[in-house]
Ligand binder design. Structure first.
Ligand code: AMP
Length: 114
């Protein structure tokens, strides 16, 4: 059976700072933040990469964005803005093969093309 570091966090086998959790999604503080606010929004279902998202996952993936928006609002980021990123595969810089949205904010972010 496939496993991931995020499943270990969900099962409380590895500690994390949890920002939000319900039966479908967990949001944790990134262990290596690149900005004052860096939170990962993770589905509890293990989907390895964006390439593996199926049509039936659309509500779950949509919910990841709704949770991100909610956390951004709670952190006071809605007006000033923030970045939502999903890295995909090796060239995309993905290191954990369990999809997650990075919510990054709290400072002006340089435009990144690569
Ligand atoms: P990515 O490179 O897009 O796959 O993002 C993986 C992210 O997970 C990186 O930003 C890591 O810093 C973060 N990360 C890895 N292990 C942990 C952990 N145990 N707790 C919190 N964040 C983690």
């Amino acid at each position: 059976m496939q496993d991931s570091i995020f499943l270990k966090i969900i099962r409380r086998e590895i500690p994390a700072t949890i920002e939000f959790e319900d039966d479908e999604v967990i949001a944790i503080h990134d262990i290596n933040p690149v900005a004052p606010i860096h939170i990962l929004i993770i589905p509890k279902k293990l989907i390895p990469t964006a390439n593996d998202i199926q049509p039936e996952d659309a509500p779950l993936v949509g919910k990841m964005f709704l949770v991100a928006k909610q956390i951004a609002a709670a952190k006071g980021l809605s007006e000033r803005g923030y970045r939502l990123v999903m890295n995909v595969g090796k060239d995309g810089g993905q290191t954990v093969y369990h999809i997650h949205l990075h919510l990054i904010g709290g400072k002006a972010l340089p435009f990144a093309t690569a």
